[in-house]
Design a protein around this ligand. Sequence first.
Ligand code: S3P
Length: 439
Amino acid sequence: MNEPARQCWRVAPGGSVAGNVRVPGDKSISHRALMLGALADGDTHVTGFLEGEDCLATARALAALGVRIERPAAEELLVHGAGAGGLKAAAAPLDLGNSGTAMRLMTGVLAPQSFDSTLVGDASLMRRPMERVVVPLQMMGARIHTHEGRPPVHIRGTPQLRAIHYSLPVASAQVKSAVLLAALAASGTTRLTEPAPSRDHTERMLAAFGVRLAREGRTLALEGGQRLTGSAVRVPADFSSAAFFLVAGCLAAERSLLLTNVGVNPTRTGLLELLRRMGADIRVHPAPGAAEAEPVADLEVRRSALRGISVPESLVPLTIDEFPAFFIAAACATGETLVRGALELRVKESDRLAAMAEGLGALGVEHQLLPDGLWIRGAASLGGGTVDSRGDHRIAMAFAVAALRAREPLEILDTANVATSFPGFIESARAAGLDITHD
Ligand code: S3P
């Protein structure tokens, strides 16, 4: 439960962005490559792996559970699968750092084991709700205890889980994935019904590992007892990291800014649709490779005159991690932008509605914080000053981009957690044209 050093950034106002940016590998897919690789028979070769703190926490947890993981080269891993029933009890609680995905998905992995486990994390993760995965897993027969719904998560391993039919109360890929991972070891066919589509990386990767998974409308069905076969996983660049540069490009790419090899799974790209509705000039150049589990494209963006919009609630789950960047686009657009139905943003790495409202207020942007969203009136330029990222990587990166339209320098506090999802952000941002330093 080590807390990272705080750190702070200074970003000069104005400027422009241009050139080619290759952002690091997808965080969601990297976590899943490790976990499915660990549960599989045989080896899994991962390329494009995100060497960010969140995924490294998952790798360390799996190593503590007896999984052998090699790193033949940068961003490349060889996971020697332990096979079904091959994990071993860890000697100490597993520390998942800042990562909600790691904690929730690992709860699904560990619930059906023949040993007990305890999961902990940093101060942010220890505040986040775990009931959402505990409830369906308990329905399957799992024995899990939390502290009033929050970590530490104590798991009494229960190898005899049974299938359930569960309707998810909120669209959540983490809940869906935790149940699917537990369902692999349960008796019978587990059925999951989603209220709206959420990211489907788990389903795609399970199929690539040889698991049969049926989908009928909003319901998924997975028969327990299936074994996974190790596979090759090519992790594309993370759309959620590319998002900051997409918005930067809309604000300040006089010539074009090109983001290469980006994952464009349609369950992730709500931001593309929202920016286009605002008038953004973004071109998608799909990469060949129809057989790949995940679609990939180069994204080309140019400075655009953005107009405020009202965000349809159906696009909220498909944009869920991109709202910090989106709110900066809205703050620089003409007219008003309204987001509702985004209550989930309150339980991310920080309360992202409150953190963004506070930061926008510091920059002099007219806004209103709503219980489940945010209303913003865009401005031709933003002020400067100090913004507290609250230790949330995406809040920090969003405000770094905002500096492109600021009149005064920006100081962004508590930025060390950017290393959870985007190691090398400062270098990439500088290469694109941002004038950013840290202490
Ligand atoms: C993730 C799912 C999303 C997202 C998170 C990563 C995943 O959370 O916000 O950053 O990898 O499954 P929810 O499923 O809770 O919406």
